[in-house]
Design a protein around this ligand. Structure first.
Ligand SMILES: C[S@@+](CC[C@H](N)C(=O)[O-])C[C@H]1O[C@@H](n2cnc3c(N)ncnc32)[C@H](O)[C@@H]1O
Length: 389
């Protein structure tokens, strides 16, 4: 399916189900859709913990569950599936090139290099960190590479690594958002996980300058978004900053201890929210980020600190136990109801990538959108590959 048509259909489906994925169960104890589709809410709330964990992680299975209640949702699944980009075999590069690179990062870089194609153009590696990708591409493609990076320490570390690998790689220390001289006409722009406005800037400025090729794996779409996402093409859907954040909330790497800590943090915040509702009325009010060390105390101490900071009356130790219990109860309901929202994570991410891809098509590029690696290496595995003319 051509990208603009995929965008049109996905845009329409996401608009149609806005009410399902936009509300945040952290803020709304029972989002409005629970009244509209009570059988769906009942089924979710009755699931076992194991199934809840699985469905929060597996968007395709979550969409399939939703589609049993709302058959039109089924149309979203094929729109959210993208082909894997074909990989070329990389040249023999030995172990030394990857000295210092953590294992999973190295695999991402190698997969990106194997999925991208170059016809001899000079390369600009956008927000390249220590330039691991640029170094590999300089040797793989035998092309001069400029790695643009804002952090001087990363630039110096990268220069050292480039020299050691005899790579034709030069570092440009610059702010990608203000770099007037980069990228240039005729270059091949690559960007692995340049966040939000950094990848958007590369694409808009690069297209205006006449960059010949792009290979961009976007991430953190919400960075640089104020209240609403400003699309580059012309979809009908309007995303808030929180919506763009939803697109990238899943992780594939959390250790069990981190997961437990994350769950406890959510449950305690919900326990605090439950108490506050008893004082200030039954509506969610946002609060400043919680001081990390408070989450390592007892719940009663945590609640005491929060109440003091937020100007609420103190709670006795016995009642604190009750709000802790309520917090964990709401945490469980939140996990069940969030399955609905999480079913739309990948479709939203694809919508965001399609916005960039369709913009490039409108600027005269032929564009391919696919995945460059398996999700287990990184969930941010989309690659926009574009060629001028
Ligand atoms: C997620 S890292 C990706 C690094 C590298 N591409 C990789 O995949 O290993 C994002 C990089 O963007 C750099 N960065 C952040 N803001 C920047 C800016 N305004 N201009 C240039 N680089 C920036 C950071 O210092 C960081 O090295």
């Amino acid at each position: 399916m051509i990208l603009a048509e995929r965008q049109r259909q996905l845009d329409a489906s996401l608009l149609a189900f806005h009410e399902l994925w936009h509300p945040q169960p952290f803020r709304e104890i029972r989002p409005h859709w629970c009244q509209q589709w009570p059988a769906l809410a009942d089924e979710l709330l009755a699931l076992s913990d194991e199934v809840v964990a699985h469905l929060n992680d597996d968007g395709a299975d979550a969409l399939a569950l939703l589609a049993r209640h709302l058959p039109e949702v089924a149309a979203i699944a094929p729109l959210s599936e993208l082909p894997a980009r074909q990989h070329v075999e990389l040249n023999e590069r030995g172990e030394r090139w990857a000295w210092e690179i953590p294992g999973r990062k190295r695999q991402q870089i190698e997969a990106f290099a194997a999925a991208a194609r170059n016809d001899g153009q000079p390369v600009i590696d956008w927000c390249g960190g220590k330039g691991h990708l640029g170094r590999l591409l300089a040797n793989e493609w035998q092309a001069p590479v400029h790695t643009l990076e804002i952090d001087p320490l990363l630039c110096s570390a990268g220069e050292f690594l480039a020299q050691r690998a005899s790579a034709q790689q030069h570092f440009v220390r610059a702010d990608a958002l203000n770099a007037a001289d980069w990228p240039n006409a005729g270059q091949h722009a690559v960007a692995l996980h340049a966040c939000g406005d950094l990848h958007r800037r590369l694409i808009t400025r690069g297209a205006a300058q006449g960059v010949t090729r792009f290979d961009v794996a976007p991430c953190c779409y919400y960075r640089g978004v104020e209240d609403f996402y400003q699309p580059l093409s012309e979809p009908r859907l309007r995303l808030t900053r929180d919506d763009t954040r939803l697109a990238v909330t899943e992780t594939v790497t959390a250790a069990p201890r981190q997961t437990r800590q994350r769950d406890q943090a959510i449950a305690w915040k919900l326990g605090f929210d439950a108490y506050r509702r008893t004082v200030t009325g039954d509506a969610y009010r946002s609060f400043k980020p919680v001081t990390e060390s408070w989450l390592r105390q007892s719940f009663a101490d945590f609640l005491g600190n929060m109440n003091q900071r937020e100007g609420l009356p103190a709670v006795g130790a016995a009642s604190a136990g009750e709000f802790e219990r309520l917090g964990w109860q709401r945490w469980r309901e939140l996990m069940c109801l969030s399955i609905v929202r999480h079913a739309f994570r990948r479709p939203l991410e694809i919508w965001l990538a399609l916005d960039l891809a369709v913009f490039l098509e409108q600027q005269g590029y032929s564009v391919d959108l696919g995945s460059f690696c398996e999700r287990r290496l990184t969930p941010r595995n989309l690659l926009i590959s574009a060629q001028l003319g």
